[in-house]
Design a protein around this ligand. Sequence first.
Ligand SMILES: NC(=O)c1ccc[n+]([C@@H]2O[C@H](COP(=O)([O-])OP(=O)(O)OC[C@H]3O[C@@H](n4cnc5c(N)ncnc54)[C@H](O)[C@@H]3O)[C@@H](O)[C@H]2O)c1
Length: 383
Amino acid sequence: MAVSRHKTRHRGPVITMLWNTALEVKTRVAVGSGARTKLSGILAQISAGKKVLVLCQPTTAVQWLREILAAIPSDDYHVSTLEVPDGETCKSTEWLVRIWEHLQERHFDRRDTIVALGGGSVTDLAGFAASTYMRGMNLVIIPTSLLAQVDAAIGGKTGINLPAGKNLAGTFFFPRAVLADPELLSSLPKKQFVSGMAEIIKYALIEETVAKHTDYEVGQKKLFDVLNTFVNSGFDYEDPVCAGLITSSIKMKLFVVGKDPHEGGLRRMLNFGHTLGHALEKVADYRLTHGEAVAIGMAAVTRLSVTLKKLPKAEGEKVIKLLENAGLPTELPPNLDRQKLIESMAHDKKREGASIKLVLPVTRLGMVDYEFSLPIEEVDKLI
Ligand SMILES: NC(=O)c1ccc[n+]([C@@H]2O[C@H](COP(=O)([O-])OP(=O)(O)OC[C@H]3O[C@@H](n4cnc5c(N)ncnc54)[C@H](O)[C@@H]3O)[C@@H](O)[C@H]2O)c1
């Protein structure tokens, strides 16, 4: 801790001090086939305590838990497991309390570790629990869905849902390590793989703006073009391009979050499609996957941008086509209560006064305006 120079007089008037900390966050991120086998090495590197809680969901318990448990040396660690319900159901205060109680009953302390083995629901919940138990303990994430590998596990946002909305309680908390292994996707249902594709498409649509503001560099081919080829060749996790797409997405997110960890500005661009997406998830009672909802949101802001003449029509059409070819929806589901949707967007975290902040694709694919404000009374233009 460092306070700017100030002569102490041991008196009590009101003074102001500029307080800086030496807080530094370091997360080890391993991406690629076999990354999951690094777990025991990572536990040693972070000097983890003797206790490990592996949080999983029913699907990952069946598919991967045994292998992950076998990778943790039983002579060195006492390992317990907790299986939480599938999907959004686990992102609740009820499950948060259950985790806290599990940790407390087994006398976990701050050096002990939660290992999150699952999709974004588990990684969000595990992150929240790890950040709040004893004001923060070790967290290692092994994301098992494509969406969690490219997005939810990266960047330190944690959260649970409240009855009034998604992710309404959460923290910024960075894991000690993330092990993103495409082989874990071998058991992922196609619908969930497609859901993750939505977030990769998002990265393709912000790539140039990320490169402009951070040290990220666009490769020989734009992510959008690589994605187009991947999608048109019937995409799956075994295609070596898949691992590359995951790595590029993670890099982009790390560069953005590294510059703006607490979403002061730049990080907002990662919310492309998410304002409508989050509202849709809630109003549709989570029948849409996160990626499906975000895809509809991205299509909506793209159409808005074309209408406002900020994006050429032909560029807008390419976005819609890529989403459709990837098997993602681009229109609102029929019979959805539009009024509820508008109300939900009006209560979004990204609301600022009388408008909501949107990320708009502008000029050409890869570029976005992440400061665009839409007055609340015009929100219906989006749908
Ligand atoms: N914190 C963040 O920055 C951030 C970013 C994006 C999304 N999210 C959150 O992530 C969640 C969505 O993530 P998700 O789509 O991964 O959800 P999820 O965890 O619900 O997983 C989706 C489904 O895939 C199954 N699954 C996961 N991995 C599997 C595997 N390897 N094999 C078989 N089945 C598997 C799960 O059981 C579940 O049924 C949302 O709650 C969203 O809010 C958070």
